[in-house]
Structure formats: C-alpha cells, structure tokens
Design a protein around this ligand. Structure first.
Ligand SMILES: [Zn+2]
Length: 353
C-alpha cells in the first residue's frame, strides 16, 4: 500500500449548494459540467488515500474585499433574491440570473455605466459571459469556497507545509469586479491576499488549470508582492478566455506560458518547471490546481496524464515553500479524483526530496 496522503483536505458542504442548472453558449442551452459531484468525487478519492478531512471555518470579509470591489461582492450576494423578488422566475420562467446585455467599452465610449434599474440589464454589469448563471444558493457556495481556501491558508500560516482547499465553484477567471467562466469569487487570489495580510512578504500564484488564470493576472498585475504565473492552452488556438492569456501579456510580476493543443506530459511539465524556477525566492505559494489539462477532460485539448500531474506536483513541492493548493477546474468525473491525488502526492514527495 502507498503511504497515506498527509496533506489536510479542507472541506465545506456549502460548496455542494451551487446548482448552475446548465449554461448558455452561443444562445443555446448547454448542460454544462461544473457540477456539485466534482467536489464530492475529489473529496472521496483523497479520503480513501488517507488524507485528513478538515471542516472549513467561517472568515470575515477583509481578504475578500481587498481582492474584489465592494459593489461587486454586494451584487453577487443579493442578485438572486432581487431577481426572484422582481418576478423573473414566475413571469419569465427563468430562475437563474443570466445576462443578455453588457456594458461593452465601445457602447459606453468612455462614459461610466450607470447601475441599470432593470435586473435583466444589471445582470450584465458584472458578468462577462452567459455561461455563469446565479441560482438561489450560488452565493452561499461561492462564499463557502472562499472560507475553504482561507481555512487552508490558515493551516499553512499555523505551520502545515501544504494544505489543500477542496472547493467549487472555481474562481480563477474572476477579476476585481467581473465574473465568468463558471467562477464567482476568486478563492485563489483571496487566499494569496490572506497570506500577505498575515505576514508573507511575497506570494506566488501558479495556475496550472488548462485555461489561463486571467483573474489573478488582472488583480495582481501591477503588484510586485504577488507574482502570477499560468500554464494553459493557447487562446490563439481558439480556447477560453480567448481575449487573454498570450505570452506577450507577461510583465515583471506576471508570466503566461501558452501550450499548443495536444501538448502532453513533456511540454506541460517543462512549463511548470519554468514557472517554478521563476517563483523561487518568494515566501509562500498558492497553486491554482485545475486538472482539466487531463487527457480525458472534455474542456481542453491538452493531454496530461496522472504521471504528468505527479511530476508537476513534485516540481511545485520542491520549492519547499508554505503552499496552499486551491481546486480550480477539472470536469471528467471519472479521472478527476485520480489526477488531483497524483498532483498532491507529487507535491508531498517534492517537499521531502
Ligand atoms: Zn479550466
């Protein structure tokens, strides 16, 4: 039998509450794949490997409001109640908040948008896509995911070398004031800010999800105290977030490493090694652990295997830094748990060598 995984797995039942109920893509209803079972599958796999489960503790809003604008947070918190009270479920048969109109920079021509009176229009003020509906319990799940990430950060601040936040919905596409890509609050960025608030001098966020971590890039791009690096499928090959994620966006504290579709273990592990070398010398690490680069994942053309995730984990662990790992994407329910376990085992092994 392999040795038991000792990395604490932080969990909250609140993360299961968000039911997207599908999404809208090019105007068509799509069943979507950011489902509650994702988190449960990962939790069960890690539990079977012997990892200790830790219940998330509730946290105040300070790190949350240092990363996201207050009006954006208030909108997410109240959006469904207001939508429901305004009668959209009864009158129109739509019980999710879904935008149809967006304050495009070309529409505004330099003017600041007003907050629209109609909730159907207000829904476009903070959302950047139609794939990220807000349901009755979305806020509770997204805020619960933040508590999971903050509890994992606390464990590391208290001396654990690594802690894992078993969260959903994911968060790494969320900027200071806009959400999308099945994400609502940027738990990874909030955990990094929490580490800074509690004394870490510099923090590196390394995002290995198959899609670019545009949220942390937008939030921390001008700050030397939080490095943001991302390895992901090349948006020029036609992949989300499409408008962002190019190598030439990289700046002093930001690094983008796009990979071609079909890239597998060798290319992906080399890119992780590049990010690890770059992040050396920081005081703490936050890993945005999406496993949708996995070869069987339906949302990306990358072809990384469990072996690759373990190798990448070893490299991340070899930094020897206090490390918070936050779950992001990964949508193949049959392989999700195995890939996360491989990455965490790698991180644990890398820290020993
Ligand atoms: Zn992803």
């Amino acid at each position: 039998m392999p040795p038991a995984l000792t990395i604490p797995v932080v969990w909250s039942d609140a993360c299961l509450l968000h039911e997207p109920g599908g999404e809208v893509w090019i105007g068509l209803p799509d069943p979507g794949n950011e489902v509650p079972a994702r988190a449960a599958v990962i939790r069960d796999e890690l539990g079977a490997a012997g990892a200790p489960l830790v219940e998330a503790a509730s946290h105040p809003d300070d790190a949350l409001l240092a990363v996201h604008d207050a009006d954006f947070v208030a909108y997410l918190r109240d959006a469904w109640e207001l939508w429901n009270e305004a009668g959209y479920p009864d009158r129109h048969g739509q019980d999710r908040v879904v935008p149809y109109l967006f304050p495009h920079p070309g529409l505004l021509a330099g003017l600041e948008p007003e907050v629209p009176t109609a909730l159907s229009a207000r829904a476009g003020l903070y959302a950047f896509d139609t794939m990220t509906p807000i349901g009755r319990d979305t806020w509770r799940a997204a805020r619960g995911a933040v508590d999971v990430a903050l509890t994992a950060a606390d464990l590391v601040l208290e001396g654990a070398r690594v802690a894992y936040a078993c969260t959903r919905p994911p968060g790494h596409h969320v900027t200071r004031s806009a959400f999308g890509g099945s994400c609502y609050l940027n738990s990874t960025a909030i955990a990094a800010q929490h580490l800074r608030n509690r004394g870490a001098g510099t923090v590196a966020i390394l995002d290995v999800d198959a899609h670019q971590g545009n949220g942390a890039q937008a939030i921390f791009r001008d700050r030397a105290d939080v490095l943001t690096g991302s390895v992901h499928v090349d948006p020029r090959a036609g992949w989300f977030p499409h408008f962002l994620g190019f190598e030439e966006e990289s700046a002093d504290a930001n690094r983008n490493l796009p990979l071609e579709p079909g890239a597998g273990d060798a290319e992906w592990v080399a890119a992780v090694a590049n990010l690890v070398r770059w992040a050396g010398g920081t005081d703490a690490l936050v890993v945005a652990l999406g496993v949708d680069a996995g070869v069987t994942d339906p949302t990306s053309p990358l072809e990384v295997t469990a072996h690759g995730f373990r190798e990448g984990g070893r490299l991340l662990g070899s930094l020897g830094l206090p490390t918070v790992v936050v779950q992001e994407g990964g949508y193949d329910l049959d392989s999700l748990g195995v890939l996360v376990l491989a990455a965490l085992e790698g991180i644990e092994e890398g820290g020993r060598s």
